[in-house]
Design a protein around this ligand. Structure first.
Ligand SMILES: Nc1ncnc2c1ncn2[C@@H]1O[C@H](COP(=O)(O)OP(=O)(O)OP(=O)(O)O)[C@@H](O)[C@H]1O
Ligand SMILES: [Mg+2]
Length: 236
C-alpha cells in the first residue's frame, strides 16, 4: 500500500493537433478529496478521462494503488476500484433506475444496490421508473449511485454540480463528503471552483492544460490574486 492512491506524472493529452493537457502532475493521497478546478476548456475532462482509461494519454504516467495503469482500459480499472462519474451524468434514460444501478455493478454480485438505496431513498421509491423521469439532481444522485455500486476505492467525478440549482448543488457536495468520510478517495473536477476548493483537502488550478497553482483548497481560495486570475470569481 502506498500513501498516495493515485499519482499522475507529466501527463499530456492531445486530440490530433490540439494539445489539451501538457505536463500535468498531481497526487491523490489515500482517503483524501482532491479537486482540479479551472475554466471551460482548461483540460479537466481530458485529465480525468486519461486517468480512467477513457482517452489515451500521449505521454506521462498514471499510477493507481502502486500499479502503473497508464493506458489501461476503463473496464479493467473499474474492476480494480477506479470508477468515474462522467460529465453530464450519462445515465441511460430509457432504462429503469434499478437497471442503471445494476449496470454499475456488472462485475460484482450487485449486493451494493441496497446500500445505494439506503443512501438515496428517492431512488428506492422510484426504482421501477425510467431514469429519464428523474430531475437533474436525482439523475446526478443516480450517476453517483451507479458508481458506488461498483465499490470504488477511488471515485472520479466530472462536474457533478453542472446545471443544478444551488440547493441541489449543496446536496451533491454533502453526498461527496459522505462518500469520502466512508473511506473512498475522491478526485473531483469542477468549474464551480469556490465550492470544490472549500470541500477539498488539496486543489490544483488548471489553465490552458497546465497546472497554474496548487495548494490546500482553503489557501487557494484565500488568495485574491488566484481567485481573480484563474477562477473567474468575485474576490472577498
Ligand atoms: N474530442 C476532442 N477533440 C478535439 N478537441 C477536444 C476534444 N475534447 C476536448 N478538446 C479540446 O481540449 C481542450 C480541453 O478540453 P476539456 O474538455 O478537457 O476541458 P474541460 O476543462 O473539461 O472543459 P469544460 O469545463 O467545458 O468541461 C479544449 O480546448 C477542447 O476544445
Ligand atoms: Mg469538462
Amino acid at each position: 500500500m502506498t500513501e498516495d492512491i493515485l499519482t499522475v506524472e507529466d501527463l499530456a493529452v492531445s486530440y490530433g493537433r490540439v494539445q489539451a493537457v501538457r505536463g500535468v502532475s498531481f497526487t491523490v493521497p489515500r482517503g483524501a478529496l482532491v479537486t482540479l478546478v479551472g475554466a471551460n476548456g482548461a483540460g479537466k475532462t481530458s485529465i480525468i478521462n486519461a486517468v480512467s482509461g477513457v482517452v489515451r494519454p500521449s505521454s506521462g504516467r498514471v499510477t493507481f494503488q502502486g500499479k502503473d495503469i497508464t493506458r489501461a482500459p476503463a473496464h479493467k480499472l473499474v474492476r480494480q476500484g477506479l470508477v468515474q462519474v462522467p460529465e453530464g451524468r450519462q445515465i441511460l434514460a430509457s432504462l429503469t433506475i434499478e437497471e442503471n444501478l445494476q449496470l454499475g455493478g456488472w462485475h460484482t454480485s450487485g449486493g451494493r444496490t441496497e446500500e445505494v438505496y439506503d443512501r438515496f431513498p428517492v431512488l428506492r421509491e422510484r426504482r421501477r421508473l425510467l431514469a429519464g423521469s428523474l430531475s437533474g439532481g436525482e439523475q446526478q444522485m443516480l450517476a453517483i449511485g451507479r458508481a458506488l455500486v461498483a465499490e470504488p476505492s477511488l471515485m472520479l467525478l466530472d462536474e457533478p454540480s453542472m446545471g443544478l440549482a444551488p440547493k441541489v448543488v449543496d446536496e451533491v457536495f454533502r453526498v461527496i463528503q459522505e462518500i469520502r468520510a466512508a473511506g473512498t478517495s475522491v478526485l473531483l473536477v469542477e468549474q464551480n471552483a469556490r465550492r470544490a476548493l472549500r470541500a477539498a483537502d488539496h486543489g490544483y488550478v488548471l489553465a490552458s492544460g497546465e497546472v497554474a497553482r496548487s495548494g490546500p483548497g482553503a489557501e487557494l481560495l484565500a488568495d485574491d490574486a488566484i481567485v481573480a486570475a484563474y477562477l473567474g470569481l468575485e474576490t472577498g
